[in-house]
Design a binder for this molecule. Structure first.
Ligand code: SF4
Length: 324
């Protein structure tokens, strides 16, 4: 197998699955464990912090980790955590949806004693309706889906792939919700590239029941260039600018619009959950799409920081296990 002219290696049980951020199991001291099954991705997003995809000039090989190796390591780490509310978050240096045994991985992770939630970071483009339904049956609880623009041409440009179809991805989001997998949409906001897409994405998410009243529907990420990632040729926003622009957006809404947003359960959601969320901030609401910020390093998806609220939708945002 090869991708973009690079060989794809299989990583088996002979390779330790703990101790690197590149693959295997990553434990950051919370109840969220990251599981990283592959570096393969068919997109070449213009801001990709891990420089993945066919257009990568920084990689010389790709890898796929065998499911048995991942599950065996995961079981051991979960046992070590000594808690019964572990969230297994499947992400990686590529898109985990590209892993050929994703259903088996989800099923195996969910069957481990102590695992309460299995979630996954993805752009969703590589799945179809049948595979999504199989993932639901296997026990997948949530997709965190990166969608950066609803405009089809802009979405293609940002994904670095002429074949990328955001309409299809939106359809798959609906399929996931129908199948019982919750969804949180996480756009990367690149100033000057997709400013006007943010409210459109939030509006679509709220109107289509994303988050299902359990999670906030949309979490915006601020674009931050990574030294080894792909970079967009423009000045990124400072944190101060990011916050103030989000605030301005919010204050530009009509009072009735804001009022509706504030009567949703997002306010309650923000204060509950097993998280160790630190600084959270109500920055913007579009009919209940509460966009709050808390910054922390992101493993992938846009060289960005995650902005989250609610119940640990991303790794490193889980409940800190101080006893360990
Ligand atoms: S940001 Fe994610 S989906 Fe885009 S190229 Fe990188 S790994 Fe693939």
């Amino acid at each position: 197998m090869a991708m973009g002219g690079r060989p794809i290696y299989t990583v088996g049980p002979g390779v330790p699955q703990v101790g690197t951020l590149a693959f295997g199991v990553v434990d950051r001291g919370t109840n969220v464990l990251e599981v990283r099954p592959t570096s393969v991705c068919a997109l070449s997003c213009v801001f990709c912090s891990v420089n993945a995809g066919p257009q990568s000039r920084a990689r010389w090989a790709e890898y796929v980790v065998e499911v048995e190796a991942l599950l065996s390591a995961l079981e051991e780490v979960v046992r070590f955590k000594k808690t019964d509310d572990v969230e297994v978050h499947i992400d990686g240096m590529g898109d985990p949806g590209a892993h050929p045994q994703l259903v088996e991985l989800v099923e195996g992770a969910k069957a481990i004693r102590g695992v309460a939630v299995v979630s996954m970071q993805t752009r969703l483009y590589m799945l179809n309706e049948g595979r999504i339904r199989r993932l639901a049956v296997a026990g997948l609880d949530r997709f965190n889906v990166s969608i950066d623009a609803l405009d089809p041409a802009l979405a293609r440009k940002r994904a670095g792939a002429g074949w990328y179809d955001v309409e299809r991805v939106l359809q798959l989001v609906k399929t996931a919700l129908e199948a019982g997998i919750n969804v949180v949409i996480s756009p990367v906001w690149v100033p000057g590239l997709n400013d006007e897409e943010m409210p459109k994405i939030a509006k679509w998410a709220v109107e289509n029941g994303v988050g299902k009243g359990v999670y906030t529907p949309v979490l915006i990420q601020k674009y931050i260039p990574h030294k080894r990632g792909r970079r967009v040729n423009m000045q990124p926003m400072s944190w101060g600018e990011f916050w103030s622009r989000l605030k301005r957006r919010r204050s530009s809404e009509s009072p009735s619009y804001r009022g509706r947003a504030n009567t949703t359960s997002t306010r309650r959601r923000s204060s509950r959950g097993p998280t160790g969320w630190g600084r959270t901030w109500r920055s913007r609401s579009w009919r209940g799409a509460s966009l709050k910020g808390r910054c922390w390093g992101s493993p992938c998806r846009g060289g960005a920081r995650r902005f989250g609220t609610g119940q640990s939708p991303w790794p490193t945002a889980g409940r800190r296990l101080t006893a360990l």
